[in-house]
Design a protein around this ligand. Structure first.
Ligand code: UDP
Ligand code: MG
Length: 319
């Protein structure tokens, strides 16, 4: 039996400040793991504009375990994860951020979970959000609650993308062809048995986070649209509600006229009702538009990413 391989997949976008330190760390961990597996380091350069790619090239020259895919532009982390899973040769695959916020010292423990045969994936969960802006934590928490309610896809609070999985699960994730990829949701959707390990939040050591506040808001809305059709049903519910209310009002108007006569009035009421209904209608059209625009992008079947340069190995055919 040949030795099993663990692929460490690392999406990198402008990470020249931390990449060398990160590489040092995972090399150390690879030595620890060498008892069970040999490692592949697969860097996915997501169209970095700094020296990230040349750093990676340098590593690849001195270390044959280092492989990489470099995108023609920035396609986003979700695309980078997809490319990583696709090009990884490992029997096990782990996704890690380059900024050392996903502590490499957990790798042996994660691998143990898979080797035990009891789990198909081991994922890390932050038990706190130390060092993160209050408002950001608050919104994140709200988002996970909302997402859970709306989509029924149960993502544990504080779930990160730091996750090790078997080849089988990685292939399942790859088999989902959607372009609008909400990876956290996809991992839950494909099922399999997952072990969660909690850890304390680590602040980014060097370089800076690529997320802006609006970026995160967009990410959350995407997550909901990607996994739930409930927002579409809101229109029907509101429509039905309006019908009932208007019927009651009609009855009330008839009764009122019969009893008290019909003095002209109610102009402000009219305006309020018109504005209210107009608002609801626009909102619902907006929600429709969200789904429609996503559909439009899916239907085009564009590739998830375009690689400009890569050094990877063909995966051996499964026997
Ligand atoms: N990343 C990427 N493409 C992007 C943005 C980020 O590949 O468009 C990578 C980044 O290099 C890092 C990981 O995704 O390895 C997480 O990014 P970041 O640390 O900015 O996110 P945060 O930890 O703040 O959620
Ligand atoms: Mg980070």
């Amino acid at each position: 039996m040949g030795e099993k391989i663990l692929s460490i997949v690392v999406p990198c976008y402008n990470e020249e400040a931390v990449l060398t330190a990160f590489y040092e760390e995972i090399r150390k961990q690879a030595d620890v793991l060498s008892e069970h597996v040999s490692c592949e380091f697969l860097f996915v350069d997501d169209g970095s504009t700094d020296g990230t790619l040349s750093l990676i090239r340098g590593m690849a020259q001195g270390d044959e375990r280092v492989h990489y895919v470099s995108f023609s532009r920035n396609f986003g982390k979700e695309a980078a994860i997809y490319a990583g899973l696709k090009n990884a040769i490992g029997d096990y695959v782990v996704l890690m951020d380059a900024d050392l916020q996903h502590p490499p010292e957990y790798l042996p423990q994660m691998l143990d979970g898979l080797l035990s045969g009891e789990y198909d994936s081991v994922a890390m969960r932050r038990s706190d959000r130390k060092g993160e802006k209050r408002i950001r934590s608050w919104f994140s928490r709200r988002f996970y609650r909302l997402n859970q309610k709306v989509s029924g896809v149960d993502i544990p609070e504080g779930a990160t993308d730091y996750r090790m999985m078997t080849r089988q699960m990685a292939d399942a994730v790859l088999s989902m062809p959607e372009v609008n990829r909400f990876t956290k949701g996809i991992f839950t959707w494909v099922g399999f048995r997952t072990k969660w390990i909690a850890y304390h939040n680590v602040e980014r050591s060097l370089g800076k986070s690529k997320w802006t506040f609006w970026g995160l808001v967009k990410y959350s809305l995407n997550g909901i649209v990607a996994f739930s059709t409930i927002p579409l049903a809101i229109a029907s519910v509101l429509g039905a509600l309006c019908c009932v209310v208007s019927m009651l009002m009609a009855v009330w108007v008839v009764v009122k006229t019969l009893i008290w006569g019909d003095p002209v009035g109610g102009f402000p009421t009219l305006i309020t009702v018109i504005l209210f209904l107009g608002g609801i209608q626009l909102l619902m059209i907006g929600i429709l538009g969200q789904y429609f625009s996503k559909m439009y992008l899916e239907v085009k079947h564009r590739p998830m990413y375009i690689a400009k340069e890569q050094k990877t190995v063909e995966r051996a055919e499964q026997e």
